[in-house]
Design a protein around this ligand. Structure first.
Ligand code: NAI
Ligand code: MG
Length: 523
């Protein structure tokens, strides 16, 4: 009892007296500098570093036919920790020959896998889900190290949701005949090529692999080049649970490796999540081949605040909508639309809130914004910030970094940004930035809010904040967006379909809708 009390007492006193015990914030500061910074701000947290250590091998091969193998060419590439720029590991670079081996293995495994009773396939999925839970902390740490997201998010969102997707689709494996009434014998589509991005590496692998396996398909998965490590850990889990060789294969590499999967004649279906540009290229490449395709692409989602909303709650939702995962979220609420009467209050409270967001070490459990995923992405974000200023919008930067408010000296970091004075024609109001950058615009009537919200080539998500149920239903029905959140934002559930309209793609992932692209319902 006394033991448990002591740390709690200490942390309370350090907060109330304003004397942080530890090197403040993210451990980059020495004690003296930290104390000065603390005194300036009047209060501070002690650092709360994640202490679990995760073993990372110097090299990783592809996972093909149940074994880890080097590239046929011997090629490798580095994956770095974007918070420190240190190289974490070297990973095999997949060539057309490696993709061919993986597709052959998936093809060879297909017959036996789809012939298994659904309940047996379900057992493997349940085992995978449980093993993800058992290795949750390790996966969370690895995800934060390889991709830069705060450990708090990988621990509380990415990893539990990844397990949830396997649990959810395990339940469908023996109920396919009930899932698609009228279809006598729902069958698997075949070999699925799945290409995923770097913003939710493990979670996107789960979104794609779980429904594919439940329906009896086999898989060749390519993780993004900056974040391959958790997909390879997942491959270890497949070995642990005895998943038959070839049912899931993981080939690592960059765009050329992805293109080799897209163009392989032995692939029956492509599922892609990533940029709209690459999605368009994939659609062109497979046009006329008879391959199936689902695309989950970019977004520029509107978050609409009506004047009858609970403003404090809405401000939290705005922050969650755009700064979750440093804004590397396809459905990020990046276009804030505020009803004119409350815009001053919303912007004032938002700026105040932004000042307290903590930017820095992803391994500190207090961190709100971790590292930007790569140098290239940081440059892209900076380019857009420059454009915004150049086009005449007004920039407000928030965020509390290390000592004196500075960002860490190494690594790729960006403070949370809000642009006011934005016009709908401004580039920053139209294009996906995929970073912690919010644009604020106003509207007068619900009709104008709808016009502005739908005035985009994208249509992935939207948020609506209001006290009035009737207004919610009226607006939500007319928003051209795959997901509409009401008085909340960025909530996900394995049972709920997710996907876009217009240039945000087509096809759904999650829920029963997410099973359909993996099932042949013609027979
Ligand atoms: P990207 O679309 O190039 O990368 C996503 C995945 O596609 C990666 O695994 C990549 O290796 C693969 N890929 C790249 N070229 C390919 C090709 N020709 N054929 C097959 N696969 C290919 O995205 P990138 O360059 O990393 O990010 C650029 C922008 O894209 C971001 O700033 C953001 O706006 C957007 N993006 C959107 C995502 C979303 O979830 N909607 C995810 C990642 C990026
Ligand atoms: Mg990395």
């Amino acid at each position: 009892m006394a033991k448990a009390k002591a740390p709690a007492g200490r942390s309370t006193s350090s907060r109330t007296t304003g004397k942080a015990r530890a090197p403040a914030l993210n451990g980059h500061a020495n004690g003296r500098v930290a104390a000065v910074a603390t005194a300036k701000r009047g209060w501070d947290y002690a650092a709360a570093p994640e202490t679990v250590k995760v073993a990372i091998a110097e090299r990783y091969g592809h996972f093909i036919n149940g074994r880890f193998v080097d590239s046929a060419s011997g090629g490798t590439f580095e994956t770095v920790n974007p918070a420190t720029e240190a190289v974490l590991s070297r990973v095999a670079e997949g060539s057309a020959a490696d993709v061919d081996s993986a597709v052959s293995a998936a093809r060879a495994a297909l017959g036996a896998w789809q012939a298994l009773p659904g309940a047996e396939r379900g057992k493997y999925l349940y085992r995978i889900a449980r093993r993800i839970q058992e290795r949750a902390r390790e996966l969370a740490v690895l995800e934060a190290l390889d991709g830069g997201k705060p450990i708090r998010e990988s621990r509380d969102v990415d990893v539990p949701l990844a397990a949830h997707h396997f649990f959810y689709y395990a339940g469908w494996a023996d109920k396919l005949a009930y899932a698609f009434p009228g279809v006598r014998e729902p069958r698997a589509v075949g070999v699925c090529g799945q290409i995923i991005p770097w913003n939710f590496p493990l979670l996107m692998a789960a979104w794609k692999i779980a429904p594919a396996l439940a329906a009896g398909n086999t898989v060749v998965l390519k993780p993004a080049e900056t974040t391959p490590l958790t997909a390879l850990r997942l491959a270890e889990i497949f070995l642990e649970v005895g998943l038959p060789a070839g049912v899931v294969n993981v080939v690592t590499g960059a765009g050329a490796t992805g293109a080799a999967i897209v163009n392989h004649a032995g692939v029956d279906k492509i599922a892609f999540t990533g940029s709209t540009d690459v999605g368009k290229r994939i659609a062109m490449a497979i046009a006329g081949t008879g391959k199936r395709l689902t695309l989950e692409l970019g977004g520029k989602s509107a978050n609409i605040i009506f004047d009858d909303a609970s403003i404090d709650q809405a401000v939290e939702g705005i922050v969650e909508g755009i700064f979750f995962n440093q804004g590397h979220v396809c459905c990020a609420g990046s276009r804030l639309l505020v009803q004119e009467g409350v815009v001053d209050e919303v912007v004032r409270k938002l700026k105040l809130r932004l000042k307290s967001l903590r930017v820095g070490d992803p391994m500190d459990k207090n961190t709100d914004l971790g590292a930007i995923n790569s140098r290239a992405q940081l440059e892209r974000i900076r380019h857009y910030i420059g454009l915004g200023k150049g086009e005449g919008a007004e920039l407000f930067e928030g965020g509390v970094g290390g000592a004196g408010g500075a960002l860490p000296s190494k690594g790729y970091f960006c403070k949370p940004c809000v642009f006011t004075g934005v016009q709908p024609a401004h580039t920053i109001a139209r294009e996906e930035i995929f970073g912690p950058v919010l644009t604020v615009m106003t509207f007068r009537t619900p009709e104008e809010a709808l016009l502005r919200a739908n005035n985009t080539p994208y249509g992935l998500a939207a948020g609506v904040w209001t006290d009035k149920g009737s207004k919610v239903l009226h607006i939500a029905r007319k928003l051209e967006a795959g997901v509409v959140w009401l008085n909340t934002y960025n909530r996900f559930d394995a049972a709920s379909p997710f996907g876009g309209y217009k240039e945000s793609g087509f096809g759904r992932e999650g829920g029963l809708h997410g099973l359909k692209p993996y099932v042949n319902v013609d027979g």
